[in-house]
Design a protein around this ligand. Structure first.
Ligand SMILES: [Fe+2]
Ligand SMILES: [Fe+2]
Length: 175
């Protein structure tokens, strides 16, 4: 009986439900990221890596605000929903911080951990923007794309840091 009720409830779920679930997921994720970035900045060996994390922390504050605006557009209270994916990705970042403390490869590991976060966000925001477009919410599409642009730029900046010396330093100092 319970299964039947669950199935009946699911039968009514459409794209807007999917969108709102995804919105709660990324809202939870951004708030977790907001807490993780200062720890990563503090742990980083080089100033440029720390500065990149700090810059993105400030951007992330604006991203949380954009999500709150989107909840408002849909007439919903801003609420997160536990996202095991981001919990796992951030947990791996914490492991790097612990296991590579003081090691030459620390920053290379942190940059890679941060890029895993960005790629998760890029996947989510890309999907949410496509669904918002389908739902005919062009103002929401604009808000999501503004964040998506920042996530892509952050990912590229992190690649630049890795290739611009961080990976090489990890190699050289270990030799
Ligand atoms: Fe973000
Ligand atoms: Fe991000």
């Amino acid at each position: 009986m319970a299964t039947t009720r669950k199935a009946a409830k699911a039968a009514n779920k459409g794209l807007e439900d999917l969108f709102l679930d995804g919105l709660k997921d990324i809202y939870y994720a951004e708030k977790k990221i907001l807490k993780a970035l200062p720890k990563m900045a503090k742990g980083a060996e080089s100033e440029e890596v720390a500065a990149a994390f700090e810059k993105h922390r400030m951007e992330t504050e604006g991203q949380v605000e954009r999500l709150e605006e989107i909840f408002e557009i849909f007439g919903k209270a801003a609420r997160g929903k536990t996202c095991p994916a981001i919990d796992g990705i951030l947990e791996e970042g914490s492991e790097i911080l612990e296991d590579y403390q003081g090691a030459p490869a620390l920053d290379a590991g942190l940059v890679a951990a941060a890029q895993a976060v960005e790629h998760y966000e890029i996947a989510r925001y890309g999907t949410l923007a496509a669904w918002a477009e389908q739902l005919g919410k062009s103002d929401v599409v604009d808000l999501l794309n503004a964040t998506l642009k920042e996530e892509v730029a952050t990912d590229e900046a992190l690649s630049g840091l890795g290739e611009g010396g961080v990976n090489e330093r990890a190699l050289q100092e270990a030799a």
